[in-house]
Ligand binder design. Structure first.
Ligand SMILES: *[C@@H]1O[C@H](CO)[C@@H](O)[C@H](O)[C@H]1NC(C)=O
Ligand SMILES: *[C@@H]1O[C@H](CO)[C@@H](O)[C@H](O)[C@H]1NC(C)=O
Ligand SMILES: *[C@@H]1O[C@H](CO)[C@@H](O)[C@H](O)[C@H]1NC(C)=O
Ligand SMILES: *[C@@H]1O[C@H](CO)[C@@H](O)[C@H](O)[C@H]1NC(C)=O
Ligand SMILES: *[C@@H]1O[C@H](CO)[C@@H](O)[C@H](O)[C@H]1NC(C)=O
Length: 159
């Protein structure tokens, strides 16, 4: 590699590194597991429905009526025959929420579509499990993140 090529690739590497840092340090959701009604620990978020289409899983969830769903995380499905897919790991804002702000298009219940390789679609009639964490009440900005309340939800249905 000659000197000029080295300078160009080094500059690009530094540039993309800072792009990456900027992107991953934008305001992101976080928070604490709800614990209002111990021992059941159910806080009022609901998994209302899940429907599978080839390559798409549609879920309908709601949050307690004090707030609409603001973010979703830990979203995955697996069926009883080894098909599975993880759509989200850490939480991401949904439903017109951006940091602690939202617009009037926010709704509750909220419908979300996850897409996956259609080859992994469970066969008609097969049972599948879905897990998702619903975040709401994202109001408290703490530096580069916003504190929300969340609840982990599970659903079992038939394709
Ligand atoms: C939930 O609240 C109960 C009662 O206040 C407490 O004993 C328990 O440790 C809490 N659990 C978590 C996970 O915070
Ligand atoms: C929220 O739900 C609770 C329980 O379902 C109900 O008692 C309350 O009136 C509701 N509040 C609003 C503002 O809809
Ligand atoms: C949220 O809204 C406030 C007031 O409209 C604005 O100043 C702020 O920049 C917004 N923050 C984000 C992350 O959109
Ligand atoms: C799927 O969900 C059912 C009922 O919630 C549970 O008993 C079962 O262990 C789950 N299956 C897997 C593979 O996690
Ligand atoms: C909403 O968030 C605030 C601040 O983080 C917290 O004090 C409050 O308990 C939360 N309310 C609910 C209903 O989770």
């Amino acid at each position: 590699m000659n000197h000029k090529n080295f300078v160009v690739s080094f500059t690009l590497t530094v540039f993309f590194f800072f792009m990456y840092v900027k992107k991953t340090h934008g305001c992101h959701p976080g928070g604490y597991y709800c614990n209002n009604t111990w021992p059941s620990r159910h806080c009022g978020a609901e998994f209302l429905d899940a429907t599978l289409y080839p390559g798409t899983l549609e879920i309908k969830v709601s949050s307690p009526n004090t707030s609409s769903p603001h973010a979703l995380g830990h979203f995955s499905f697996h069926d009883d025959h080894g098909h599975s897919y993880r759509f989200l790991d850490g939480p991401q804002f949904v439903n017109c929420q951006e940091c602690a702000n939202h617009t009037s298009c926010q709704i509750n219940p909220f419908t979300f579509h996850g897409t996956f390789d259609p080859k992994l679609t469970p066969k008609k009639g097969d049972w599948f499990n879905v897990s998702v964490a619903v975040y709401w009440n994202c109001t408290d900005v703490v530096r580069d993140w916003v504190r929300c309340t969340y609840e982990k939800l599970h659903y079992r249905g038939q394709a």
